[in-house]
Design a protein around this ligand. Structure first.
Ligand code: ADP
Ligand code: ZN
Length: 594
């Protein structure tokens, strides 16, 4: 009986059905066609070339820039009983020779190769000897010279097509924008490829964006809802990474720092721990995460604003690849915006580039200030229409808007009366009627605006100020020590010709019953915990990450259904023939005891 894509999906991978466009993509490649696949992180890109690799004659050559990812993918494939290997700088000469021999003699179904190695004369001649089923180019946006992941070696990959015109190719990326897409098609010479654009929605991720008030406490409140779960906390600087990791450790979390200033060994050790152990919180700069395909990351937290919506989406996309409920939480404040604007202005790039930088930041700030569904705003940014999601902070807990016209007038007048020469701190002091040395020195206690905002708190005024800045009524002048200045847009408000609706401050703390995940994990289920303990032991014995053995989602389903026979167990998603053979009896044993 010959295999079909679906029978392989069921038998080898243990999954009941293809997701979205997977089936069409697989069919295209099996029939010898080229494909460009745009799918969000966690969408299921790997199966798109793994199944054709099994169905076509020869070995699939997978180009991937990420060594750690290659190793885990290969480990996962071997667990499924598939002949897979990788070639990269982590192998010694003898081990590499062994892999090369297996490749040339047709013993492999999938070979993962780093791009620089693929283009060497040595590997090119191996390609001539071997039978190649297909070329898969992962992280294909690395050909884009405008992107931040540019890899010069990727430009050489178009040569593959010239030398092996009959071998089908598939390029895959999670970067959605049309400019990058066009660049991939052109540079990889994929003009005839079918383009598959999946929905970029990640429905299992709940988005929450909060005003930064006491970031450390807000973070700990957020993490309290994720005890024992793995997640990533992003910070903008190395120093903040270290400090935050320390604070989390003190608060009882298993937290590890990760940033470019640490030595390679420590970094690698921390990464391994994050991948292999349950419930590690990685506190990291943005450098961390590319090439981490750990499926059970339950949350991604941002303590600082990323640079763009793309960046935010890519980073938050590292949560919940397994499709289980996950959370993306971010705390942001005006200072983030001011710092980034200065950063852009002070960089020595061309004006056009700076304008793009500001526009990207504007779009992200717009998302943060959104008074309607976050997901609608996010997907709209990627050109996708969608209805309100019911799974973001705005949908779950709609912000109240209040008429802030008078407040805005008071604040704008204070900026004006003090001469548009002072930063936020001083302006708010005047507004609140504080007596400081600076206020006395400038005689600002004599102004008509002195103390006109005393009936509101400093916190409320900061929220008003932030909203006026992000809406462009006020600007922060970096060349004048952060002085606040009025813009043209402030005039109609001051004259009373325009009303200003503002978002009310979040009154409840970041964590509350209402904002808990809709589907609470049954992590307290003792059977789930026993299964996890068994998995940890098994993974340790084999020296692979726990998820390579079985995913959380699979363990959870086992705990819920309590199968008594191998046949019952086999119906659970994520258990293919090999895994059933290898672990079936042990799992049934755990279930019987639990
Ligand atoms: P990507 O590379 O697009 O980020 P992956 O290929 O790593 O995503 O897949 C994400 C997760 O989804 C993996 O855990 C994978 O096993 C799972 N997955 C992919 N396709 C399916 C499917 N058809 N049914 C069930 N799970 C799937
Ligand atoms: Zn929503």
């Amino acid at each position: 009986m010959s295999d079909t894509p679906l029978s392989l999906l069921n038998r080898v991978f243990g999954y009941p059905a293809f997701r979205g466009e997977q089936a069409a993509i697989v069919d295209t490649l099996v029939a010898g066609g080229d494909a460009l696949v745009l799918m969000p992180t966690g969408g299921g890109k790997s199966l798109c070339y793994q199944i054709p690799a099994l169905l076509r004659e020869g070995c699939a050559v997978v180009v991937s820039p990420l060594i750690a990812l290659m190793q885990d993918q290969v480990a996962a494939l071997r667990e499924l009983g598939i002949a897979a290997a990788f070639l990269n700088s982590s192998l010694d000469g003898a081990a590499a020779m062994q892999v090369e021999r297996e490749f040339a003699t047709g013993q492999l179904k999938l070979l993962y190769v780093a791009p620089e190695r693929l283009l060497t004369p040595r590997f090119q001649s191996l390609l001539e000897q071997a039978r190649v089923a297909l070329f898969a180019i992962d992280e294909a946006h690395c050909v884009s010279q405008w992107g931040h992941d540019f890899r010069p070696e990727y430009l050489g990959l178009s040569a593959l097509h010239e030398r092996f015109p009959a071998v089908p190719r598939i390029a895959l990326t999670a970067t959605a924008d049309t400019a990058t897409r066009a660049e991939i098609l052109a540079r990889l010479d994929l003009g005839a490829a079918r383009v598959f654009v999946a929905s970029f929605d990640r429905p299992n991720i709940r988005y929450r964006i909060a005003e930064k008030t006491e970031p450390r406490r807000q973070l700990i409140d957020f993490l309290d809802g994720h005890k024992g779960e793995a997640g990533i906390v992003y910070c903008s600087t190395r120093k903040k990474v270290e400090e935050t990791a320390d604070a989390l450790k003190q608060a009882g979390f298993t937290a590890l720092p990760y940033h470019g200033g640490m030595d390679n060994d420590t970094r690698r050790r921390h990464q391994e721990k994050f991948l292999r152990e349950d419930g590690v919180v990685m506190v990291a700069t943005l450098a961390f995460g590319m090439g981490i395909d750990k499926p059970d990351v339950r949350f991604v937290a941002h303590l600082d604003l990323p640079r763009s919506v793309e960046g935010y989406y890519q980073e938050t996309g590292r949560a919940g690849r397994d499709g289980e409920p996950a959370e993306a939480w971010m705390a942001w404040g005006l200072q983030d915006v001011v710092t980034q604007r200065r950063f852009i202005d002070e960089s020595d790039s061309e004006d056009a580039h700076k304008r793009i930088g500001h526009a990207k930041l504007d779009a992200l700030v717009g998302l943060c200030e959104a008074a309607s569904c976050r997901r609608v705003a996010l997907l709209a940014y990627f050109g996708e229409a969608s209805p309100p999601c019911g799974n973001c902070d705005v949908c779950l807990n709609p912000p109240t808007l209040w008429d802030g016209t008078e407040a805005a007038q008071k604040l704008l007048s204070t900026v004006y009366r003090t001469g548009q020469r002072f930063g936020a701190g001083h302006v708010l002091d005047v507004l609140l009627g504080k007596t400081t040395e600076k206020i006395e020195r400038f005689g600002h206690n004599q102004l008509s605006v002195f103390g006109i905002g005393a009936s509101q708190t400093d916190k409320v005024w900061r929220a008003v100020l932030r909203q006026l800045v992000v809406r462009g009524l006020l600007e922060v002048d970096h060349t004048a020590y952060g002085a606040l200045k009025l813009t043209q847009a402030a005039k109609p408000v001051l004259k009373g010709e325009e009303t200003v609706m503002l978002r009310a401050m979040e009154v409840r703390p970041a964590r509350s019953k209402k904002t808990r995940l809709a589907v609470d994990h049954n992590d307290e289920d003792p059977l789930f915990l026993s299964l996890r303990a068994w998995r940890r032991e098994t993974a340790n014995e084999k020296g692979v990450p726990a998820y390579v053995i079985l995913h959380d989602a699979t363990l959870r389903e086992i705990a819920a259904r309590r199968p008594a026979t191998l046949a019952e167990l086999g119906e659970i998603s994520g258990l293919g023939t090999k895994k059933l053979e290898a672990y079936g009896e042990a799992v049934l044993g755990v279930v019987a005891e639990g």
